[in-house]
Design a protein around this ligand. Structure first.
Ligand SMILES: Cc1cc2nc3c(=O)[nH]c(=O)nc-3n(C[C@H](O)[C@H](O)[C@H](O)COP(=O)(O)OP(=O)(O)OC[C@H]3O[C@@H](n4cnc5c(N)ncnc54)[C@H](O)[C@@H]3O)c2cc1C
Length: 434
């Protein structure tokens, strides 16, 4: 098989690129490879974990997206790259998750004229003992679903134990007070109230679902303005979430998190303290940074390897000030648009674009539950930002998700789906219970 443009990773950036190019160039020219069968916008994984978003309703099948947008979808993990032969190897798919079962799809090799790597990021445990074994991260849908199902089991056990052990409950520790940790803590608190209504009658959400957020920096949401951190902290504390800053986790066991001299009981631990590039990137023979990201120039091209590009979390792209573009959905979206222009100019026989890619920070919004958000919006003047909170911020936050859906589904289907989901939410429990 050969594809003019081969995109690996159908996430926030890669999927938008595949859809936009597919609509213009068609399935003979554009191929998307992903190791999963369906797409979920990664910033909504904290809602999947809390049970407030149902993966089976929210997930978008790559086959459907390929059909509707005019690209070819190849299911399987990127396994190797032969840059000299301009070929990518996609690994086999087995009937079981452990790779021991029957082979369903064989290993495949795909030739390309242009290759775009967009495989996102994975957890960085910074060598903390027990972190890899005893924590769940929100890197993929499976992780978020595993968290949700474990939480349901722990709630059921606590409910059963309550009559004999009044202190029974669920202790959840979230490590990392960035956007992921803050959003998950708030979402869990709201969800725990709903769980308490549906069958867990002995459990009082704020008393029995004990949520602790641990952050190493002096304040949560450290990269954002202090006003945003303070507002988020106040909202978390109002929701009876214990926030501990300036603390370093030193070890994690199956039932506890240790930070220096303090031991926090924990049946469920979430690692949201750092990300790194997936290991496979350092095995491709391409230049990588210390953290394993693919080094790209200001045109998102990999120097010394004609035809290879990278975008999103897995790419290290320095801006004019030398700072790396942050791993954010808005950066992945902008870079996808930049590459659409790169490829379309080539297609139309125009000279390559001279303008480099420059990250434009439009600000950050952090969801604090289903009805409020906090954040700052960047003004057109450098350094100027506006604080936003409450319902307005929440509506803006939701609109980011809708804009991603619009890029891959089109306006009409996005509107119909949004309406359908709004109605479904009003006719079913607010959290997924099965
Ligand atoms: C809970 C949470 C909240 C967030 N909130 C925000 C926010 O509010 N705003 C913001 O800007 N950013 C946010 N982010 C960060 C944002 O989600 C990422 O920066 C963004 O998704 C990166 O996009 P990407 O295209 O690089 O990778 P991803 O969206 O991670 O997509 C990577 C894709 O590659 C596929 N893949 C991985 N490995 C392979 C392989 N070997 N072979 C084939 N396919 C592979 C995956 O299945 C996936 O589809 C949040 C992240 C999380 C976890």
């Amino acid at each position: 098989m050969h594809s003019q443009i081969l995109i690996v990773g159908g996430g926030a950036g890669g999927l938008e690129l595949a859809c936009k190019l597919g609509r213009k160039l068609g399935p003979q020219a554009v191929t998307l490879v992903d190791s999963r069968l369906f797409h979920i916008w990664k910033p909504s994984l904290h809602e999947v974990a809390a049970g407030t978003l149902d993966v089976h309703q929210e997930g978008l099948s790559y086959q459907m997206l390929a059909h509707d947008n005019g690209f070819t979808f190849v299911y399987g993990p990127m396994q190797a790259l032969d840059a000299a032969q301009w070929q990518l190897t996609v690994g086999a798919i087995y009937s079981g998750d452990d790779g021991q079962h029957e082979e369903v799809l064989p290993q495949r090799r795909i030739g390309y004229d242009s290759l775009v790597l967009a495989i996102g990021s994975t957890s960085n445990y910074f060598g903390v003992p027990g972190a890899a074994e005893h924590t769940i991260s929100l890197n993929a849908t499976e992780d978020a679903e595993r968290f949700r199902l474990t939480l349901l089991k722990l709630l059921t056990r606590a409910e059963l134990q309550k009559s004999t052990r009044p202190e029974a409950g669920v202790d959840i520790v979230i490590i990392g007070g960035g956007a992921t940790g803050v959003e998950l803590a708030a979402e869990l608190r709201e969800a725990s109230g709903v769980y308490a209504v549906y069958g867990f009658r002995q459990l009082l959400a704020e008393r029995d679902v004990r949520i602790t957020l641990l952050e190493g920096a002096p304040r949560i949401l450290e990269p954002l303005p202090e006003k945003v951190s303070a507002a988020a902290l106040a909202l978390l504390q109002q929701r009876a979430i214990q926030v501990v800053t300036d603390t370093r986790v030193t070890a994690i066991a199956a039932d506890a998190v240790t930070a220096g001299d303090v031991v926090y009981p924990a049946q469920l631990v979430v690692w949201a303290a750092g990300i790194k590039a997936p290991d496979i990137l350092s095995q491709l023979g391409l230049p990588t940074t210390k953290s394993g990201q693919i080094e790209v120039d200001a045109h998102l091209a990999v120097q010394g390897h004609a035809g290879i590009y990278a975008l999103g979390d897995c790419a290290a792209c320095a801006g004019p000030d030398g700072k790396l573009v942050p791993p954010r959905a808005q950066a992945a979206h902008q870079q996808a648009d930049y590459l659409v222009e790169t490829f379309m100019r080539r297609q139309r026989g125009k000279p390559p674009q001279l303008q480099p890619y420059v990250y434009r920070d439009y600000g950050s919004l952090v969801s604090v539950g289903q009805s409020t958000s906090v954040g700052s919006l960047m003004g057109s003047l450098k350094g100027l930002s506006w604080f936003v909170d409450g319902l307005v911020a929440r509506l803006m936050y939701v609109s980011l998700h809708l804009m991603h859906h619009r890029a891959v589904l089109g306006t009409l289907r996005t509107a119909v789906l949004a309406l359908a989901r709004f109605l479904i939410k009003r006719s079913t429990p607010l959290v997924k219970l099965h």
